[in-house]
Design a protein around this ligand. Structure first.
Ligand SMILES: [Zn+2]
Ligand SMILES: [Zn+2]
Length: 323
């Protein structure tokens, strides 16, 4: 079984347009409580060399990463064992480039797909016409500070659901897109990555599987059991009876406590049909029987924030697939 580690997948240093040196970023990440960090500078992985030199000074597990920054969109890449040249990539060759990345272990996400594009930020919006969408592993549904207050997050979430509805395996990811110290008044989306052991290779394997969830604060443990076997997010199960095992814990990350995220309802979706919608039972482990159908099952936690009465999404767990 996995433990879930606080992970940041999208961060920049002075090697591109970030304000921190690599050493400063590592120190800030550790102070925030991250346990796993990917540095994704624009079109360079130079920070990885710094990380090798700084290895003795940090407890963080570092994942190799880069943000391909092109005229047609930003592509987050993690874990590529070899350099793949982003410079000649065009709309006509994006599928071939993604296949090349896959062949060297690359895991990919379209970053901030609904960012403002030209003329304000040419290339920031995702405009690549990918023909085989299955070549993209994640949609970055939450990007930047306070992503739950951004309309772009809603659009990215809808894009993710559209791809799931089309029968694709695709995870939802979050990226702080960390360049600088954000205002203290803005919350940060958290990503908890499941790992059986806290190593780079194990973290990458679980990332590729989609064994992670996004949260504005609360933590969860989530597994499905079927025929005596336990499955984690991203796993593939058979149709038929299964048991959802779920626990939630209050917000652990220090900065996020001030935003007052109060969990209220647990929703289980099968292929976007709500199959269960129940009040959140604090500190009580849930065991819910389900009848799995072909497609996917996923879990959301809803509640209130910032003293408002309107409920919003607080935790988004990635799908289990049923084939
Ligand atoms: Zn970007
Ligand atoms: Zn970025």
């Amino acid at each position: 079984m996995s433990d879930y580690y606080l992970t940041e997948l999208h961060a920049h240093t002075k090697h591109s347009d970030g304000h921190f040196t690599t050493a400063e970023l590592l120190a800030k990440a550790q102070a925030f409580g991250y346990e796993i960090l990917a540095i994704t500078d624009h079109n360079t992985s130079a920070a990885l060399r710094d990380c090798q030199k700084l290895a003795a000074t940090t407890k963080l597990v570092i994942l190799p990463g880069m943000e391909w920054t092109t005229f047609y969109g930003h592509l987050l890449v993690w874990g590529a064992r070899e350099f793949v040249d982003w410079r000649p990539v065009t709309p006509a060759t994006i599928d071939a480039a993604l296949r090349q990345l896959k062949a060297v272990g690359g895991i990919t996400a379209c970053a901030h797909p609904y960012a403002v594009g030209s003329p304000l930020c040419t290339g920031c919006r995702w405009d690549f016409p990918v023909h085989d969408q299955q070549l993209l592993d994640f949609v970055e549904v939450w990007n930047g500070a306070a992503p739950d207050q951004s309309r772009r997050s809603q659009q990215a979430y809808q894009l993710w659901l559209t791809r799931l509805a089309a029968g694709q395996r695709v995870a939802a990811s979050a990226g702080r897109d960390w360049h600088d110290d954000e205002p203290a008044t803005k919350n940060t989306a958290l990503l908890y990555l499941g790992c059986q052991e806290r190593t780079t290779s194990n973290a990458l394997r679980n990332l590729a599987q989609g064994n992670f969830y996004l949260s504005l604060g609360p933590r969860l443990t989530l597994a499905l059991t079927q025929n005596g076997q336990t499955y984690e997010m991203g796993a593939t199960l058979a149709t038929g009876p299964a048991l959802v095992q779920l626990t939630f814990q209050a917000t652990a990350q220090a900065k996020m406590r001030q935003f007052g995220f109060a969990a209220q309802r647990v929703r289980i979706f099968q292929n976007e049909t709500v199959s269960c919608d129940i009040p959140w039972p604090p500190d009580t482990p849930l065991e819910l029987p389900v009848l799995l159908k072909v497609g996917y099952l996923r879990v959301e936690l809803w509640g209130t924030a910032r003293g408002q009465t309107q409920q919003q999404l607080l935790v988004l767990a990635n799908p289990f697939y049923v084939r």
